[in-house]
Every structure is written in structure tokens, then in C-alpha cells.
Design a protein around this ligand. Structure first.
Ligand code: ZN
Length: 127
């Protein structure tokens, strides 16, 4: 599990789980099983889909100033789940779509400059 995700899950007020057989980690390119669904219009197993999934799940775990969950419970109801995902996309879609313009090299560079403890590990990648 990526370090940022691990830290994020530790901050949550209750346990959160990622389905390793779902669109967070699995795409359709080498998948002979049933097709993975797109997440809010984003292809499965992409940075955009993962961020959308995480924001959706965070919306179930964080209360607003009115003491209500940011996203209502949608357990077992695909329609409500998709509506909640649409709400996430409506609020954060521009930022999520911007992620595709960030290269892996740039992401790694930012991780190096913002990470204190693992900077020496990142330096291993230098020739
Ligand atoms: Zn949900």
C-alpha cells in the first residue's frame, strides 16, 4: 500500500478498506474476468479513479459543520453510490482531471522534496 494511503487510513476515525479486486488496483488491460467499471467516468486502475474512490470513501467518514456525513450512506445501493461519486466529481472533478497532466517523474520529484525520512531512499534512484 502506498505510504500516503497508509497515513491517510491511520487518520480516519474508523477503519477503511480498499477492495484489491476492484477498480482501485485492477484495470481491464490484462483482466480476463468481468470488466471493471469506470469510476465517475475515469478508467479503472488510474490515478484519477483512485483519487475519486478515496474522496468518495472519505466523504463517508468525515462530518460537515452540520454534523452530518459529507456523503450519505450508500451501502449496497449502486444508484446512491454513483450519485455520491457524481457529487465528488462535481466538486473535485477539475482537480482530479488535472492529475493526468502530472507525470510520474514530476510526482516522484515532489515526493522527494516533501518527504523527510525517505529522501535518502529516493536518492537511490539517482545514477
Ligand atoms: Zn459510497
Amino acid at each position: 500500500m502506498p505510504r500516503l494511503l497508509r497515513v491517510l487510513f491511520q487518520l480516519l476515525p474508523q477503519p477503511a478498506h480498499v477492495n484489491v479486486n476492484g477498480p482501485f488496483y485492477s484495470g481491464n488491460a490484462f483482466n480476463s474476468r468481468l470488466s471493471m467499471p469506470n469510476i465517475g467516468g475515469f478508467l479503472p486502475n488510474t490515478r484519477e479513479a483512485r483519487v475519486t474512490i478515496l474522496l468518495h470513501e472519505l466523504g463517508h467518514l468525515i462530518k460537515g459543520s452540520d454534523k452530518r456525513w459529507l456523503l450519505p450512506n450508500d451501502g449496497g445501493n449502486d444508484y446512491l453510490s454513483q450519485e455520491n461519486t457524481k457529487h465528488v466529481i462535481a466538486l473535485c472533478g477539475d482537480q482530479i482531471r488535472h492529475l493526468s497532466r502530472i507525470s510520474f517523474a514530476r510526482e516522484l520529484q515532489v515526493a522527494r522534496t516533501t518527504s523527510s525520512g525517505s529522501a535518502t531512499n529516493a536518492n537511490v534512484l539517482k545514477p
